[in-house]
Design a protein around this ligand. Sequence first.
Ligand SMILES: Nc1ncnc2c1ncn2[C@@H]1O[C@H](COP(=O)(O)OP(=O)(O)OP(=O)(O)O)[C@@H](O)[C@H]1O
Length: 335
Amino acid sequence: MIVLEKVNKVYNDTFYAVKDVSLDIEKGEIFGIIGLSGAGKSSLIRLFNGLEEMTSGKIKIEGVNISELSKKDLLNKRKKIGMIFQHFNLLKSRTVKENIGFPLEIDGWKKKDIEKRVEELLLLVELEDKGDFYPCQLSGGQKQRVAIARALANNPKILLSDEATSALDPKTTKSILKLIKDIQKKMDLTVVLITHQMEVIREICDRVAVMSRGEVIESGKTYEIFLNPKSDITKELISYVPLQEEEEIKYIKKPGNKIVKLMFLGAVAGDPILSKAVKNFGLDINVLSGAMDLLSGMVIGHLIVELMGDMEKQNKAITWFQSVDVGVEVIYNGI
Ligand SMILES: Nc1ncnc2c1ncn2[C@@H]1O[C@H](COP(=O)(O)OP(=O)(O)OP(=O)(O)O)[C@@H](O)[C@H]1O
């Protein structure tokens, strides 16, 4: 869908903001480009739709080399590439409806058709009741929804996102990422997003490229990069990722198997508690998730486990855990 071959962007004749970048982004995937500040992400993504001209290399979109297009054809191509930004870039003096319909006005659509399309888009981004509001009357998340609707007005095939969630709080970030994912499926979009937050990559990207000093230093499927990061920068970016909120993890509940949270504090965190429980009670124990941390030099942590075996033995194991100072919270009692 989008192929980059040895793309360079040089500023002031000597500074490589983008250096020898080659990527192959497939149709219908959500592709993330991550890097620390100054890595060259914005410079790179702005080349995708010709907002900036590359210094050398080749960018092909659906097989078409964009640097060989005439100005008119490039403009037409750009209509099929929507873009959203960190600071939304809405027109302050226009209502939500007028902002969303703006690209269609420029494209010469009839008033009636614009109104119809805008209504569809308001529904898509769940802002049906905000059409007559002005941007200053909206929250950050709502502003980004308007920007997304505007970016999709022309039915693009590609959506570019330049740090679209960086100015939003974590909860709003999640709702915007969910919206992008839902829309990607509905419209069969190819999404390229740049971010400095690895949690954004974890949340929605199928594949990711890590940039540093203008170069792609590592790329692959998101889970592979998380499981086996190679470069120090990737490791650093992953280290900033907050742990997933427990309540967001959906455990598969199987009747007959209790799910319990075991909480460890201090010395007991170093004991082979699980293997002792397996031996003592003849149970199978399946670890579902967990985390360990250091708090004022003391090891603390918890594990969410599934107990498998005779219910009587499961109850005995719980009593035993408590007797050896492991906190127990039953998440699912197996019935
Ligand atoms: N127009 C320009 N002229 C000269 N140098 C530029 C220009 N635009 C960007 N740069 C430089 O290119 C490098 C990459 O900048 P870019 O904005 O692409 O990085 P980034 O990864 O998007 O960082 P951030 O997340 O902080 O925006 C930086 O060192 C920046 O100073």
